[in-house]
Design a binder for this molecule. Structure first.
Ligand code: ADP
Length: 211
């Protein structure tokens, strides 16, 4: 391991070693390289963060984002250097909120979490993941009912792009029965959703279903 920039290193000796013995003196040459690296304001592990980032995509409709989604994002960001929350343009699902509204709600909630970025995507998820240099796709598993569909998707995605792994994360027990669909249903009927969604989402639902 290279020492931190603050650790002392005798660079003058290695410079003269390089002058004297030339490139054939591998050891001295390596020391010169290390000294050059030492003069940078970053440690090697910090440089790794730039060059070998572990990045994951968390795709979904997020119509709207719930505390269950946020719980999964919190778990994912502890495992990866960056988590990209990717809102799908989904023609199949009839969304309550427009794509822009869903992105805005995520910006006001999930984007406040460190190392989380919000974006949108269409087309094949694995192609998007590869283009973003992500090595993993995060999916939340709530109950056995999620499993069959998720299992099929994960295997198909692996077939399409073997370099991208699907990782399943379970939320806190109290969020396992939460879904955007149920939240919308409760809000539509005038129920209190404040313990299931962030306040900004609660307000957006209130406006949407104002009587
Ligand atoms: P849904 O599948 O409910 O329409 P999304 O498409 O927004 O919601 O879901 C994106 C991902 O988030 C999926 O992997 C889904 O399983 C996961 N997810 C949604 N709600 C929860 C929750 N309450 N707990 C854990 N994961 C969840």
């Amino acid at each position: 391991m290279f020492p931190r920039a603050s650790e002392p290193r005798d660079c003058s000796r290695s410079r003269s070693a390089k002058r004297g013995a030339g490139i054939a003196n591998t050891r001295a040459h390596l020391n010169v390289e290390r000294c050059a690296l030492n003069s940078l304001p970053w440690t090697l592990s910090e440089l790794n963060v730039f060059f070998i980032m572990r990045r994951a995509i968390y795709p979904g409709s997020f119509d709207p984002v719930t505390n269950g989604h946020l719980d999964v994002i919190e778990r994912a960001r502890k495992l990866f250097d960056e988590v990209i929350v990717a809102v799908a343009h989904n023609d199949e699902k009839q969304a309550l909120f427009s794509l822009q509204e869903r992105l805005d709600l995520l910006q006001e909630t999930a984007a406040k979490i460190d190392n989380v970025r919000i974006t949108q995507f269409d087309g094949l998820l694995v192609e998007f993941a590869a283009a973003q240099k992500a090595t993993a796709v995060i999916r939340g598993l709530r109950a056995v009912s999620d499993f069959e569909f998720e299992f099929q998707m994960a295997l198909m995605n692996r077939k399409l792009e073997a370099s991208v792994e699907t990782i399943f994360l379970m939320p806190k027990e109290e969020y396992t029965y939460l879904s955007s669909r149920i939240i919308k249903e409760i809000a539509r009927l005038g129920g209190d959703v404040s313990s299931f969604v962030p306040p900004v989402v609660g307000k957006a639902l209130g406006r949407r279903f104002a009587r």
